[in-house]
Structure formats: C-alpha cells, structure tokens
Design a binder for this molecule. Sequence first.
Ligand code: TRP
Length: 337
Amino acid sequence: MSKKVVLTGDRPTGKLHIGHYVGSLRERVKMQESGEFNPFIMIADQQALTDNARDPEKIRRSLTEVALDYLAVGLDPAKSTLFVQSQIPALAELNLYYLNLVTVSRLERNPTVKAEIQQKNFNRSIPAGFFTYPVSQTADITAFKADLVPVGDDQEPMLEQAREIVRTFNSIYGDVLVEPEGVFPPKGQGRIPGLDGNAKMSKSLGNAIYLSDDEDTLKKKVMSMYTDPNHIHVEDPGQVEGNVVFTYLDIFDKDVAKVQELKEQYRHGGLGDVKIKRYLMEVLNAELAPIRQRRAEFATDLPAVMDMLKAGSDRANQVAAKTLDEVKDAMGLNYFK
Ligand code: TRP
C-alpha cells in the first residue's frame, strides 16, 4: 500500500504566528511523525505575489522566515518534501489549463476570496491573479495527487473549488486527477484570537504572537492581552468567555483540570489578571521555547536552509512534471511524443 499524499503550504508574506501553528502547522508535524503519509509542504511565493506584486523583496525575505518557521516547528526535510512554488513550472502550466474549467461567477462565490477582497479594499481593482488564486491552488494540490490537505478552516472553500475542478477535468479528459480531502483542526481548536480579542490573529492587525518572538517579547504580549475590561480589582468576579487569556489556556494547557479550577476562581473573584497571565506565560513558553531555540540554530546557517529548499524543489519538480505529462496526454496535447 502506498502512503497517502499530503500537500499543503503557506504564503510567505511575513513570519508565521501561533495562529498558523494551531491552525495547521501542529497537525502537519503530527502527520509527518506518524510515518503514514508522504508529505509535501510548499512555500507559496507565487500566491503571495498575487497581492504583493510591487513588493517582491518582502516575499523573498519571508521565504527564508517561513522556511525557518517550518524547520523550527519540526518539519523535517528527511521526512517531508519542503519546496518553493515558483520553482515548479508544471504548477503554472496546470493552472492555465484549469482556468478554462471555472467561471468568473463561480470564482466570485468563494467566501474566503470575497472576504479578502473586502478586507483589502480592492473593489473592482482586483489583480486577476489574486481573483483566480484558488485555481492555482488546485494546481498545487493536484500536481502531487494529494489525498489530504491539512489547512485552517478558512481554506475549506479552496478545497471545494479544487474538488470541482478535479471532477470537471476527469469527466472531460478522463480519470487523471485525484480529488483531495481537507484535514481541519478539531472544532474550537483551530482558531486562536488575537491578543486584542479580535477573532483573527494577523500581522496586519498587529495582534499576533510569532513563533520567532523572544521570551521578553512574548512576556510583553501576554501582559498586554485583552481580558475582562470590568475585572478591575483582584476580588472582582471576572468573565471567562471572550477572555483571551482563558481562550489561550484552553488551547495550550494540557492540564484541563487546572484550567477549570482557574476559571472557577476567576468567575468568583480573587484571581488577578497578572497572576493568570504569568501562568499563561509559563504554559506558552513551555511550548514555544524549544521552537524558538531550534529556529535560532537553523538561522545560523541560511545557505543550508536554501540548499534544503532546493533539494525539496528538485524532488517536487519530478512529481509535478509527471502529473503534467499525464494531464497533457489526457488532453491530447503531447503532439510530438
Ligand atoms: N492559500 C493558502 C494560505 O493562504 C496557501 C496555499 C497555497 C495552500 N497553495 C496551497 C494551502 C495548497 C494548501 C494547499 O494559507
């Protein structure tokens, strides 16, 4: 039995934060370590360019940062193929063929893209490459014949779109492509709010904890977290719902009983914000310190990181080129074979 193929990736538009970590990085490492899969992890620099075309330097810089974040969380080039999207020409070619299999109105219905268009105030000035990135993402997924795609909840519409394109392609040209399945975090576990209580943690909102944050920065961020604005004196009863410190404890603290106890105490009054923040700091630091340390070690040899990405990209290229060849065979485009 051949192992199930896993394909996933991230846009390099900055460093990765703990939102990425709980949303999918953790799951990828788990899948890698189980030994049951053949994982491909892609740095989606072309997708990052779809809304950063005028700032390629940012993407170039972020490529290294994301590679370091991957290695830091435990993605291991000996077990997972880590590669760079722009170095795989077959992806762009597949994208071109798939673009003919979707309509503009279907693309307009993608809720994640819709939300991003609003958020970025594009109005009608949407870069066409941005508008169609779910199609390019389908190329990423299908080029490796991925069975599974471990991603955050916001990527569900991309999977839906990918499956539709696969079905359309296969029904017209014959069974070449594999329908992928999304692997999402367990309910309530895959999303972490920002430090300020905003439902989304993001760089642009300035409310993120980065995997690369040093201990001092982490401490400052935890101390600045949104709690219960009406919890002023230690003895005041406090609210746990919507209190970011408790949300984080729910996600990171393995000692569930202890968290329950702290919640009770907080609700009754008598537990100060500084105290629970100190406790959260310990919990977070226990998880992040080894990541931070590994990251610093890898960062001392950036040429080795680039070599690793090159080796991964070479491997990925072979797989993607083979799929493209099958696609062109099925479409009758290999005229000179
Ligand atoms: N859209 C993904 C994100 O924003 C990144 C990505 C690009 C991706 N291609 C992919 C994820 C293929 C999974 C599979 O995070």
